[in-house]
Ligand binder design. Structure first.
Ligand code: ADP
Ligand code: MG
Length: 390
């Protein structure tokens, strides 16, 4: 897909225009409904500030969670309140995303002002990408801007369907920045290109392995997904995570890596839980042992293998980092990545959470705000949210 052909904000006249702005304000909430992390909201600020400076009138739309119809627990109202706090200005809210009340609210806004619309997923037509609903969403605006990077892989009404109703449409500054950081991984990456993959499910990551294997020089695999690779190599993995249905595909990947002379680095030691809730390092797993992190020898191997990387991409923690005893492997490798001088990019919600928790996120070239969208882009797939802007 030729994303160069998509307009960005700066190429679109905005003064006095009514703008429909799709953001990804699907913020994680605590059990009591309060916001636990507003990173995605902060990532939208450059676009919001720019629109305001340019004198646009802005209606902000997003989904939140997976509501089945209207659900006050998944309202965007607290997000509107948080936005007002962050930008230190009033932000209006309207309890729907379509209809007369919205039209009236938008008409009443002054230049540079914002209204947050209610959760688009309160309407089941949103996820069905229903054409009549798309038309309703689009009614009354002059410009459509999509800056919801994290939902570009969804073909929903507010992320894709409604774009066709606008001749004036484009991407926001976050999407532009994400594409700028991620496209070098797909197009002529500087070598050596090192890819680190982890996380729980090997099936989530095979698409990206396939697409990037011909471009990388070194592939480091940790986390739960490593055990399917180890088992494919005939190594005892005990009771560790494994997807037996993918053993055949993984064997093909291992053979392909060898054919392409990609250096494949797999863990050689592990941390397993002990009876008193701590971690113990082992070199071999016995039946019943559960590898929940890579061990120190493996971390050292990984750190050595990423030395001198000109391009580096990492998705998926190397262990069960949510539990302190199993964070060490991710921590050690994250430090080496933070020190790396090349183009360093991470993606994935948990990976970003781990880097943020370790205070290392701002030592990277780019921390992608997308999970599924980042992976699908790097799998070489067309993202519906981008295709709709062409
Ligand atoms: P991301 O959100 O960055 O894309 P994933 O969702 O793919 O990452 O994987 C993150 C999850 O994988 C985390 O919940 C982490 O605890 C889990 N995980 C990593 N290593 C292991 C392991 N060895 N055993 C079980 N779970 C693991
Ligand atoms: Mg995840």
């Amino acid at each position: 897909m030729n994303t160069q052909a998509i307009k960005n904000l700066r190429q679109i006249p905005l003064k006095g225009k009514r703008v429909f702005l799709r953001l990804d304000l699907n913020l994680p909430l605590h059990d009591d409904g309060s916001i636990s992390d507003d990173t995605r909201l902060r990532a939208a600020l450059p676009t919001l500030n720019y629109l305001s400076e340019q004198g646009a009138t802005v209606a902000i739309a997003s989904h939140l969670g997976r509501p089945k119809g209207r659900d006050p627990k998944q309202s965007l109202k607290p997000v509107a309140t948080r936005l007002a706090e962050v930008i230190k200005r009033p932000v209006a809210f309207v309890d729907d995303c379509v209809g007369d009340a919205v039209t009236r609210k938008v008409a009443a806004l002054g230049q540079g002002e914002f209204v947050v619309l209610e959760n688009t997923r309160f309407h089941p037509q949103e996820e069905k990408n229903d054409p009549a609903f798309s038309a309703k969403l689009a009614a009354g605006y002059d410009v459509y801007i999509n800056d919801a990077f994290g939902t570009l892989h969804r073909a929903h009404a507010s992320t894709a369907g409604m774009a066709a109703h606008f001749s004036s449409r484009g991407m926001g500054l976050l999407v532009e920045q994400e594409l700028k950081a991620l496209s070098p991984l797909l197009q002529q990456p500087k070598t050596p290109f090192v890819m680190i993959l982890g996380g729980a499910k090997v099936s989530d990551k095979l698409g990206i392995v396939r697409n990037l294997l011909p471009r990388v020089q070194r592939l480091l695999i940790g986390g739960g997904m490593a055990f399917t690779f180890l088992k494919a190599n005939g190594i005892e993995i005990g009771a560790s995570l494994c997807d037996d249905s993918k053993l055949g595909t993984v064997r093909e990947v291992i053979a392909e890596a060898a054919r392409l002379k990609v250096q494949l680095v797999l863990p050689v030691d592990f941390r397993i839980p002990t009876a008193d809730g701590k971690a113990k390092v082992v070199e071999t797993l016995k039946p019943g042992d559960k590898g929940l992190d890579i061990g120190p020898r493996s971390a050292k191997l990984f750190c050595e293998a990423l030395q001198g990387a000109a391009t580096l991409f990492w998705n998926g923690p190397l262990g069960l980092f949510e539990q302190e005893p199993f964070m060490a492997g991710t921590l050690e490798v994250a430090r080496a990545v933070a020190d790396c001088k090349g183009h360093t990019v991470i993606g994935g919600g948990d990976t970003l959470a781990a880097f943020t928790q370790l205070g290392l996120a701002d030592r990277l070239t780019h921390a992608s705000t997308g999970g599924g969208a980042t992976l699908e882009l790097l799998e070489g797939r067309d993202l519906p949210g981008l295709a709709a802007l062409l």
